[in-house]
Design a protein around this ligand. Structure first.
Ligand code: PEP
Ligand code: MG
Length: 924
C-alpha cells in the first residue's frame, strides 16, 4: 500500500534507511519483472489475435482437431471456450462447433440478417461433425441430431434460447422408431415443442395443454408414464398445435431447421428478459451470444440412460460436498425446469455405479483444470458418459469465501486466484441481514422447502413478477411466491426481497438465479399451495394474500409466519482470511466515511485504515444538538452566532475526541461544516420549533420566521454552503478548528488531524480561510501551551477546482475528491432530484448507469484525472483520496486505482467491498 504520512501501513514500504545501492538493485529487478510481464502479455495478445482468423465465424471442436481455446471466452462465449478446452483436455465431449459472438453482433447490426456465407461455413462444420460421429445430418439411417444452445462470455442462466433434438423429421422419426419407438417419439415431441416455442414463438403452454390432456386421458401423472404409442399420438397433436399457432407446418428440412434455430438464438440476445438480466447484473460491452451446435447424446433412450447437472462443491454453503442431481430416462431440461424431482449421488451409487465412479473422477479433473468450483451438465447414453458443458458455478457469498479459502488450502489455487474467486457482490451478500436469533427461535415455522440460497427475507406476498416489481419500486418489501420461476420472472425476482417456490430442486431456475444475486430463496416447498390468479398461498389450511407477511430462511429452507426481525451479519473466519489476502495485493488504502465513534469502530472492524470523511454537520442531526446549530445559523449578529458557537464547541470537542480515540492513531479527516441550509432550518409553519428557537435566542417568533424567509435559497445545493459559509462567518470555522485541535491535544499520542475545507472553487477562498485556520490554531497552542501537527486540505467538488488544481494545490496539503457534488456539478444533475429521470436515462441506454452510483469515468472521471495530474505537478507528495459514494463502488474503485489515488473512503459496510475491489484492480 502507498504510505500516508500517519498510516501504520507506511512501515510495509522499503525503509528509508535502505542503502541507495540496495534500492537501485531492487528497483532494477522490479523494472525487469514489469518489462517481462509486458512482453508476456503482448505475446499472449498477439497469439490470441493470430488465432482469431479474420472472417472466421465458426470454430469446430472434436477429436479431429479443435479450433477454439479456453481464453477465447469473449469470442466463443464461456460455454464454447470450455467445450473446446474440455475436448482438447480429454473430457468425453460430443463433437460440434461454435458460432462466434461477433457473428451475433454482425447479425444485430446488419438488420437482423444472418451474414452472407455463414450457413456455408456452418454446413462445412456439420460435415466435420458427421465425420467425427459417423452419423449424418438429415439421414434416416444414422441420423445426426444437434443441440443448438446459446452461450455468452458471461453466463446468463436460462436467459437465452436452446433447441434440442434438431434434425428430426417425420421420415427420420419413423426410421428411428423401428429400433426404439418410445425414445424416437419422445425426442420428436420435445423438438416440436421447443422449436415451436423458441424459434417460431408458439407459446409453451399450448403444448403443455396437449400433454396434460393426454396424461389425464391415460390416468397417469408423469411424462415417463406415457407409452410409445401415446407419444406418437402426442407428436401428431403437437404438430397440429404448431400449425395452428405458427400458421405453417413443422419444417421437414433439417438445414432450414438449423438456420432458423441459429437465428433464434441470436435474436434471444436482445429479448426483454436477457436485457433485464444484463442490466440487473451490470453486464455491458459484450458483443452478443455465441451459438453452440453440438451432437445430441440422449439421456432418454431407456433406463441405462440419464441426464443431470452437478456442482463440484455445494454452491449454497461452499462445503466440499459434491452435489449432483440426475434423472433416469430424461433430457437435460427436465432437471433444470424442476418438472420431476431429481435424485442425488446416494441413489446413483446404487442405481448407476459406473456413472457414479466416472463422476467422482470428473469432479477432481474439473477443479484442477478450471481452478474453481464448476457447474456442469452430463448425459449417460446407453452406458456411455458425456460431458455437455462446464462453467464456473454461481454461488452465494458465504460459499464463495469457503470455496476460495478451501481451494487455497487444498493447493488447487494460489493466493491471487483465491482473491479473484470472490467478487464484491459476494461480500455484499454477507453484509446483508440475517434473522435475530431469539426471534428466529420463537418464529412459527409453517413449512420447509429446499435451502436454495441463504439469508433472511421478509416481505408481503407478490404472486407475479410484475406485481413484485411494481410494489418494490414503490418501496414495499415483497416476497415473490411462484409455483416455479422462469426466466420471464427475473425482473420481479430481482426486485423482491426473496423468492419462494413450491416446486423445483436446488438447480432449478429460481435457485440458480437467486444464488447469483444473493437473494434468499426457498425452493420446492410443496406444502405451499399457490393460486396465482386468486393471489393466495395456502399453507396448512391457512390462506395468505398480498397483504400478508411471510419470512423465509434461505439458509435452512424454513418458511416462517409473519415478519421476523433481522440483524446485521457477523463476518466469519473465511471472510477474515480472504480479506487479509486481499490486503496483501491492493495498492489503494481504504478509509471510511464516519461521523460517530460507533461508526468508526464498526468500520475499523471491517478493516478501515482511517477516516476519509467526517461530515461534521451530521453530528447535529439529533434533536438536542439541532437546537444550538439552528441558533447559530439563524443568528443575525456575530455576537448571537458566537453565543451559539460557544454551546457547540464542547459538543464538537467531545465528538472529535471520541473519533480520535476510536481510530487509535489512524488518520482522521474532519471536514469543516458544509450544511446545505435547507437541511437544518425549520419550515416557517413549524410553530413549536420556531417558538423554541425564539425562546433560546431572545427574539420573537416573527423575527425567527423573517430570518428563515431571508435565508431561503432557490438552489440550496449551489448556495450558501461549504466554504462559502465560513467565508461569510469565519467564526464558525474558528470554533471547529479549536474543537479539533483541543480534542487532539486532549487525546494525545501524536494525532495529526487532517482538516478539510469543503466545496472550494478558487485558491483565494482557500487562502482566506487557511489564514483564519492557522491563526486560530496558534491561539489554541498558545493557550494550551502544547502543539500538535495538523494538515490542511480541501475537497475537490467543484469543476473549477479540478481544472485549477495546480493553484488549489498551492494552498492545500491534500485533496479529497467529493464525487457526489462533482458529479452534480459536472453533469448539472441535481443530486436530490435526478433519480426521477436518471432511471429513464439508464433504461433508454442514454447513460450506462446512474452516475451518482458508479463514477462516470469519461466525464467526471476526467475531472478527477485533471485534478490528480495538475495537483501532483504543483505539489509533490500531495495526498489524494475520494470520499463520494463512489468510494465503495467496485468499478469506481478500479478507476481510483488506475488514476493513482492514495485511498478511497466509503461507508463502514462497504469497506470490505472496497478492499476487495482494490485488490482486484491491482491483480488485473
Ligand atoms: C461529495 O460531494 O462527494 C461529498 C462527499 O460531500 P457530501 O456528500 O457531504 O456533499
Ligand atoms: Mg459534497
Amino acid at each position: 500500500m502507498r504510505p500516508l504520512s500517519s498510516d501504520k501501513s507506511a512501515k510495509t514500504y522499503m525503509p528509508r534507511t535502505a542503502s541507495p545501492a540496495k534500492r537501485a538493485t531492487k528497483a532494477a529487478k522490479k523494472t525487469a519483472k514489469t518489462a517481462k510481464k509486458i512482453v508476456k502479455k503482448a505475446t499472449k495478445k498477439a497469439k490470441t489475435a493470430a488465432r482469431r482468423v479474420a472472417g472466421k465465424r465458426v470454430y469446430f471442436f472434436g477429436p479431429s482437431g479443435t479450433e477454439g481455446k479456453r481464453d477465447q471466452k469473449l469470442l466463443l462465449g464461456g460455454k464454447g471456450a470450455n467445450l473446446a478446452d474440455m475436448t482438447t483436455s480429454g473430457f468425453p465431449v460430443p463433437p460440434g462447433f461454435t458460432i462466434t459472438t461477433e457473428t451475433c453482433a454482425e447479425y444485430n447490426s446488419g438488420g437482423k440478417k444472418l451474414p452472407a456465407g455463414l450457413m456455408d461455413e456452418v454446413a462445412k462444420n456439420v460435415r466435420k461433425t458427421e465425420r467425427a460421429t459417423g452419423k449424418k445430418f438429415g439421414n434416416a439411417k444414422k441420423p445426426l441430431l444437434l443441440s443448438v444452445r446459446s452461450g455468452a462470455a458471461v453466463s446468463m442462466p436460462g436467459m437465452m434460447d436452446t433447441v434440442l433434438n434438431l434434425g428430426l423429421t417425420d421420415e427420420i422419426v419413423e426410421a428411428m422408431a423401428k429400433t426404439n419407438d418410445r425414445f424416437a417419439y419422445d425426442s420428436y415431441r420435445r423438438l416440436i415443442n421447443m422449436y415451436g416455442d423458441v424459434v417460431v414463438g408458439v407459446h409453451h403452454h399450448y403444448f403443455e395443454e396437449a400433454i396434460s390432456a393426454m396424461k389425464k386421458a391415460r390416468g397417469v401423472e408423469e411424462d415417463t408414464d406415457l407409452t410409445a404409442d401415446d407419444l406418437k399420438k402426442l407428436c401428431g397433436e403437437y404438430k397440429k398445435v404448431f400449425k395452428k399457432h405458427a400458421g405453417f407446418a413443422f419444417p421437414q428440412n433439417p438445414e432450414k431447421q438449423l438456420e432458423l434455430a441459429i437465428e433464434a438464438v441470436f435474436k434471444s440476445w436482445d429479448s426483454d428478459k436477457a436485457i433485464s438480466y444484463r442490466r440487473a447484473e451490470g453486464i455491458g460491452n459484450l458483443a452478443g451470444t455465441a451459438v453452440n451446435c453440438q451432437t445430441m447424446v440422449f439421456g432418454n433412450m431407456g433406463d441405462d440412460c440419464a441426464t443431470g447437472v452437478g456442482f463440484t462443491r455445494d454452491p449454497s454453503s461452499g462445503e466440499n460436498k459434491f452435489l449432483v442431481e440426475y434423472l433416469v430416462n430424461a433430457q437435460g431440461e427436465d432437471v433444470v425446469a424442476g418438472i420431476r424431482t431429481p435424485k442425488g449421488l446416494t441413489a446413483m451409487k446404487k442405481e448407476l455405479p459406473a456413472m457414479y465412479k466416472e463422476l467422482m473422477s470428473i469432479r477432481e479433473r474439473l477443479e484442477k483444470r478450471y481452478r474453481d468450483m464448476q457447474d456442469f451438465e452430463f448425459t449417460l447414453e446407453q452406458g456411455t458418459f458425456y460431458m455437455l458443458q462446464t462453467r464456473n458455478g454461481k454461488r452465494t457469498g458465504r460459499a464463495a469465501l469457503k470455496i476460495a479459502t478451501d481451494l487455497l488450502k487444498e493447493k488447487k489455487v494460489d493466493q491471487k486466484q483465491a482473491v479473484r474467486l470472490v467478487t464484491p457482490g459476494h461480500l455484499d451478500q454477507l453484509l446483508h441481514p440475517a434473522f435475530q436469533p431469539a426471534a428466529r427461535k420463537s418464529a412459527k415455522v409453517l413449512t420447509s422447502g429446499l435451502n436454495a440460497s441463504p439469508g433472511a427475507a421478509v416481505g408481503k406476498l407478490a404472486f407475479t413478477a410484475q406485481d413484485a416489481k411494481q410494489r418494490a419500486e414503490s418501496g414495499e418489501a415483497v416476497i415473490l411466491v411462484r409455483r416455479e420461476t422462469s426466466p420471464e420472472d427475473v425482473d420481479g425476482m430481482h426486485a423482491a426481497q426473496g423468492i419462494l417456490t413450491s416446486t423445483g430442486g436446488k438447480t432449478s431456475h429460481a435457485a440458480v438465479v437467486a444464488r447469483g444475486w444473493g437473494k434468499p430463496c426457498v425452493c420446492g416447498a410443496g406444502a405451499v399451495e399457490i393460486n396465482a390468479s386468486k393471489e393466495t398461498a395456502t399453507i396448512n389450511g391457512k390462506v395468505y394474500g398480498p397483504g400478508d407477511f411471510l419470512s423465509i430462511d434461505g439458509t435452512t429452507g424454513d418458511v416462517l409466519d409473519g415478519e421476523v426481525p433481522t440483524q446485521d451479519p457477523e463476518p466469519d473466519r473465511n471472510f477474515k482470511k480472504l480479506m487479509t489476502l486481499a490486503d496483501k495485493f491492493r495498492k489503494l488504502n481504504v478509509r471510511t466515511n464516519a461521523d460517530t465513534p460507533a461508526d468508526s469502530k464498526k468500520a475499523r472492524e471491517f478493516g478501515a485504515e482511517g477516516i476519509g470523511l467526517c461530515r461534521t454537520e451530521h453530528m447535529f442531526f439529533e434533536p438536542e444538538r439541532r437546537g444550538p446549530m439552528r441558533e447559530m445559523i439563524l443568528a443575525t449578529t456575530t455576537k448571537g452566532r458566537e453565543k451559539a458557537l460557544k454551546k457547540l464547541l464542547p459538543i464538537q470537542r467531545k465528538d472529535f475526541a471520541g473519533l480520535f480515540k476510536a481510530m487509535k492513531g489512524l488518520p482522521v479527516t474532519i471536514r469543516l461544516l458544509d450544511p446545505p441550509l435547507h437541511e437544518f432550518l425549520p419550515h416557517v409553519d413549524q410553530y413549536k420549533e420556531i417558538e423554541l428557537i425564539a425562546g433560546n435566542t431572545g427574539v420573537t417568533p416573527d423575527e425567527v420566521r423573517a430570518r428563515i424567509t431571508a435565508l431561503h435559497e432557490s438552489n440550496p445545493m449551489l448556495g450558501h454552503r461549504g466554504c462559502r459559509l465560513a467565508v461569510t462567518y469565519p467564526e464558525i470555522l474558528r470554533m471547529q478548528v479549536r474543537a479539533i485541535l483541543e480534542a487532539a491535544l486532549q487525546v494525545g499520542g501524536n494525532i495529526v488531524p487532517e482538516i478539510m475545507i469543503p466545496l472550494a472553487g478558487t485558491d483565494k477562498e482557500l487562502s482566506y480561510l487557511i489564514e483564519h485556520l492557522h491563526d486560530e490554531a496558534q491561539q489554541v497552542f498558545k493557550a494550551k501551551k502544547k502543539k500538535c501537527k495538523y494538515l490542511v486540505g480541501t475537497m475537490i467538488e467543484v469543476p473549477r477546482a479540478a481544472i485549477t488544481a495546480d493553484q488549489i494545490a498551492a494552498q492545500a496539503e491534500f485533496f479529497s475528491f467529493g464525487t457526489n457534488d462533482l458529479t452534480q456539478m459536472t453533469f448539472g444533475y441535481s443530486r436530490d432530484d435526478a433519480g426521477v429521470f436518471l432511471r429513464e436515462y439508464v433504461d433508454k441506454g442514454i447513460l450506462p448507469e446512474d452516475p451518482f452510483q458508479s463514477l462516470d469515468q469519461s466525464g467526471v472521471g476526467e475531472m478527477v484525472r485533471i485534478g490528480v495530474e495538475k495537483g501532483r505537478a504543483a505539489r509533490k507528495g500531495l495526498k489524494l483520496g475520494i470520499c463520494g459514494e463512489h468510494g465503495g463502488d467496485p468499478s469506481s474503485v478500479h478507476f481510483c486505482h488506475e488514476v493513482g489515488l492514495d485511498y478511497v473512503s466509503c461507508s463502514p459496510f462497504r469497506v470490505p467491498i472496497a478492499r476487495l475491489a482494490a485488490a482486484h484492480a491491482a491483480l488485473k
